[in-house]
Design a protein around this ligand. Structure first.
Ligand code: GLN
Length: 485
């Protein structure tokens, strides 16, 4: 029987009943990658040796009766999280050959939970993008249609889970990079509340927005993986010291009385009709289940993209100043003194999009422009937060589409990087607020998956998971698989 599309909790059952061994499961994942990744390109690095080592450790723990739920389960990790001794490229030439000497805390937690790290997945360079086309290592492809993007920037992680390579993956979400690729590939993706998951060892893009989170084939798996990665970490000053619930306890089929607000700005201009209708039908399912659905308004939605594309580049321009060719990664061959070394390394090592953002960020932070751009953007961010707070007085969750469109063609926005940024219209608000949000598959438009986004109050992942689980329980979209060999 094929293991390719089973969920982690189904696989865990088979491991415990000894129907399969961890080695067999690991081999199956590696086989699948061998046969499909030439076409999908989900991975930058596959760590076969490391995976078998981890598999043997996990098997021993299983045999010793260790009850950790995700013991022995294969997982892929976005290549912007540090992995000890294993190439970490961020999809950039500038980190060529970089092997970190430590694990990101989230990665260490996977190891501690006995999970089997299969490899590192493709992404837009430094997580800047919405399509995975800006990777130095070439684009990833959407398993539903190989001519289309899997979304981004965590496109490789999403493609891996979607194509049946690994049941789980980690991504990072700064402006939608988990939820949007989850939507475009028809899987579950969740951005936890800022501070829930340590960012230690996540290569910084925009530090006030970045957050690590899970990709999964269903909501139960998503909750299980969330259980593993959340928690306070002294190595990240922004990680919150508050209790982490067992998220699987939140998985209830009952949404009676749940108040769902649907901002009209999420269903209006710029949203494809097919996406809107599909999401409308999904909201109908939740209504039938006893939730109340009411139109709401988040007027600042239209300023979100502009605001984000000031704040994120500003933070990035500072964070990316460290790549100088001196200490690690790529170094230019040109050697006409220190200044030339740094300049040439950055010129040769960064791709176009990353350079664009460093320039925008540096400009917006410079004397004379700071007030007009950065400060102004921060004020709009505050305004957005206030609007959200008002909504959350009346609603338990906010819902709508995850992405305004279904997966687009590779190369479609080659000449128009500005329009590509509209892909983030509906995901950016949750990052601005720092709150949690999930995307689950809620049907198809033009034969391509559509994501339903559910945004919760800060630290209320449980209600988000409950709503998502109740929806999933009443539908079978999450069981659909892409037509790939
Ligand atoms: N698409 C957005 C950007 O290009 C978000 C990326 C992300 O969440 N990492 O910045």
């Amino acid at each position: 029987m094929s293991l390719d599309f089973l969920t982690a909790h189904e696989l865990a059952g088979k491991l415990r009943s000894k129907e399969i061994s961890v080695r067999q499961l690991t081999e199956a994942a590696l086989d699948r990658i061998r046969s499909l990744d030439g076409a999908v390109h989900a991975f930058i690095t596959v760590d076969e040796a490391g995976a078998f080592l981890a598999a043997d450790h996990a098997q021993k723990r299983l045999d010793d009766g260790d009850p950790s739920p995700l013991l022995g389960i294969p997982i892929a990790v976005k290549d912007n999280m540090c992995t000890r001794g294993l190439l970490t490229t961020c999809g950039s030439k500038i980190l060529e050959g970089y092997k970190p000497s430590y694990n990101a805390t989230a990665v260490q937690k996977l190891h501690d939970a006995g999970m089997v790290l299969i490899g590192k997945t493709n992404l837009d360079e430094f997580a800047m993008g919405s399509s995975t086309e800006y990777s130095h290592y070439g684009p990833s492809h959407n398993p539903w249609d190989l001519d289309r993007v899997p979304g981004g920037s965590s496109g490789g992680s999403a493609a891996s889970v979607c194509a049946g390579m690994t049941p789980l993956a980690l991504g990072s979400d700064t402006g939608g990079s988990i939820r949007q690729p989850a939507a475009l590939t028809g899987i579950v993706g969740m951005k936890p509340t800022y501070g829930r998951v340590s960012r230690y060892g996540l290569v910084a893009f925009s530090s006030s927005l970045d957050q690590i989170g899970p990709f999964a084939r269903d909501v139960t798996d998503c909750a299980q993986l969330l259980n593993v990665i959340c928690g306070h970490d002294e190595l990240d000053a922004t990680s919150l010291d508050m209790p982490v619930p067992d998220f699987t306890r939140a998985l209830s089929k009952d949404v009676g009385g749940l108040r769902i607000g649907v901002p009209k700005e999420f269903m209006g201009d710029g949203i494809e009709a097919g996406v809107r209708d599909t999401v409308q039908a999904a909201l109908g399912v939740l209504e039938q289940a006893g939730a109340s659905i009411e139109e709401a308004s988040l007027p600042s939605t239209e300023y979100g993209v502009a605001t984000y594309y000031i704040i994120a580049p500003c933070e990035a321009s500072s964070n990316l100043a460290r790549y100088d060719g001196v200490r690690f990664g790529y170094r230019t061959k040109s050697d006409a003194g220190h200044v030339d070394l740094v300049e040439q390394t950055r010129e040769e090592g960064f791709g176009e999009e990353v350079k664009r953002r460093i320039l925008i960020g540096t400009y917006a932070l410079s004397a004379g422009y700071y007030d007009a751009y950065y400060l102004h953007a921060q004020k709009v961010r505050t305004k957005m937060r206030m609007e959200f707070e008002e909504l959350f007085e009346r609603f338990d969750v906010i819902a709508g589409p995850t992405s305004p469109t279904v997966a687009f063609k590779i190369g479609e926005f080659d000449d128009d990087p500005l329009s590509l940024k509209m892909a983030d219209l509906l995901t950016i608000p949750a990052n601005m607020l720092g709150t949690c949000a999930i995307s689950v598959n809620c049907g198809f438009s033009e034969g391509l998956p559509v994501g339903l986004q559910i945004i919760g109050k800060p630290f209320d992942e449980e209600t988000v998971l409950r709503a998502a689980f109740a929806y999933e329980h009443r539908t079978d979209w999450h069981t659909r698989r892409p037509p790939i060999a």
